[in-house]
Design a protein around this ligand. Structure first.
Ligand code: SF4
Length: 213
């Protein structure tokens, strides 16, 4: 499978924010979000080919049971993700899959030891037309649906999605630059959005726009 990087750091986003985690970043993505911050895992040839066994060996080096499969868009390599997730789970790892809302995760990622973190791309990404809203409705109570919000139009778009669809998953509003939280927080409080969590990208607060963290 095509791997961009494997590293050990803190989870920077979502409900597991701050927890030590091994990241397996898969190469390639079929979207082109205007503000993509991992283009090195989307374009070019900056990847290595790994077997599943080699990925597991690399993950095991860090002696951490929490694994985040991310990208790029991991589900471009869906067969490999399925096999990797199965082997990791059978070795007692828990999985967090980070994916955009346009591809159905395989069955192994809907099981007990796996959580899905799905992005809803808002208008500033210029990829909102690629989203599959039916996937959002399938997310479970333990999963998360994340809106990356850059401006007022994105905020209003997110509210519209939440009003129109019955979504059970945890809802996260994350600023597009990862750190400019103030205006989103004020709007969420003003609109009394009781079920929305406003979260930063913790790794950007700690390390800025650095790779491999
Ligand atoms: S889906 Fe993620 S990796 Fe793909 S272009 Fe958008 S931000 Fe980048």
């Amino acid at each position: 499978m095509k791997i961009s990087e494997i590293f050990f750091s803190l989870q920077g986003e979502g409900l597991e924010i701050g927890l030590p985690t091994v990241f397996v970043r898969l190469f390639a993505c079929d979207l082109r979000c205007a503000w993509c911050d991992t283009l090195y895992a989307v374009e070019g040839r900056d990847f290595k080919d790994y077997t599943i066994v080699e990925v597991i060996r690399e993950v095991e080096k860090y002696e951490c049971k929490r694994v985040c499969i991310t990208g790029g868009e991991p589900l471009i390599q869906i067969k490999e993700v399925e096999e990797l997730a199965r082997d990791l789970i059978s070795n007692d790892h828990s999985i967090l899959l980070e994916t955009s809302g346009h591809k159905m995760p395989p069955p192994i990622l809907w099981t007990e030891n796996s959580t899905i973190s799905m992005d809803c791309k808002c208008p500033s990404s210029k990829m909102q037309h690629r989203m599959d809203f039916d996937l959002f409705k399938r997310l479970r109570e333990k999963d998360q649906l994340k809106f990356v919000i850059q401006d007022e139009a994105d905020y209003e778009y997110a509210l519209g999605i939440l009003n129109r669809h019955d979504i059970k998953a945890n809802i996260i509003f994350q600023p597009a630059n990862g750190t400019r939280l103030g205006w989103i927080t004020e709007k969420v409080i003003y609109n009394k959005l009781e079920n929305v969590r406003v979260l930063p990208q913790l790794h950007k607060i700690i390390w800025g726009d650095k790779r491999g963290v």
